[in-house]
Write a new protein. Sequence first.
Length: 302
Amino acid sequence: MSTCARAALDLREPLAGTAATARTWLLIEQPGPWGARALTASRLDAALGAALEAAADSTGVRVALIRRPGRRPAGPGGTRVLAAHTLPGHAWTRTARLADPEALRALDLTALGAGDPASFEALGGVAYDGPPLALVCTNGKRDTCCAVLGRPLAEELALTAPESVWEITHLGGHRFSPTLLVLPHGYAYGRSSAPEVKEILRATAAGEVVVTGARGRSCWDRPGQAAELALRERLSGAGPDDLSVTGTEGAAPRWKVALTHRDGRRWRVTVAEGASHPPRPESCGGTPAAPRRMDVVAVRQL
């Protein structure tokens, strides 16, 4: 059976610049089945899910549901919730257990998106001090590839790193399945195998960034994601906090992205938007189209 992931792989569609954009992730544990729009089609109260989705609009916060692989029930002590801010130099991850998820209505999502965890801490949130987290998209109601490719990856990873692995409802880019988000730094990856993800987790724990298979860091816009990854490929040993996107000028189909190293070096990266040909479905069963792609055409040190 032809799938969107198979078509994108066969046509060598590039990964860079395709990650979901979010400065802060709000992740709510919700075992059980998920619908295509999981915040309002799961065992989470639909009114609460809709309220959080609406409140997050234009705040830089992305809300998603998570669960442990293998249909494991939630742990004791209430609903597990994670909040993670991903800007370099300011990244943090908090965790909380809530007796009632309705408490999430009190969150200041604008402040969370800006990197202020105070409202999450007011709900009992504390600093997360565990291993790096791999959140694998497995929502088959969203796209077949996420289930067929994502679930086996999550289950295999959970055999050796059970505390590091979660399933997540939606990361975008079904055609790059299996896809995952790695916290605390917010890099997204696609077409990942279990050995590759284990190396990504090892590198993340060691303060390193794996560029191979990366789609981008979610805190940047898509031209910024492509520019940052292209620069990382040219630099040796740049850590997650070493490079920042400091500005993006222009509009589609061409941008100039400014990047700064914390040692003071600066670059200007030119990114052009193109179309991936020939047309292919962006989701299984979808109408073939020419997906947009981000191509780095110049990297200049200032």
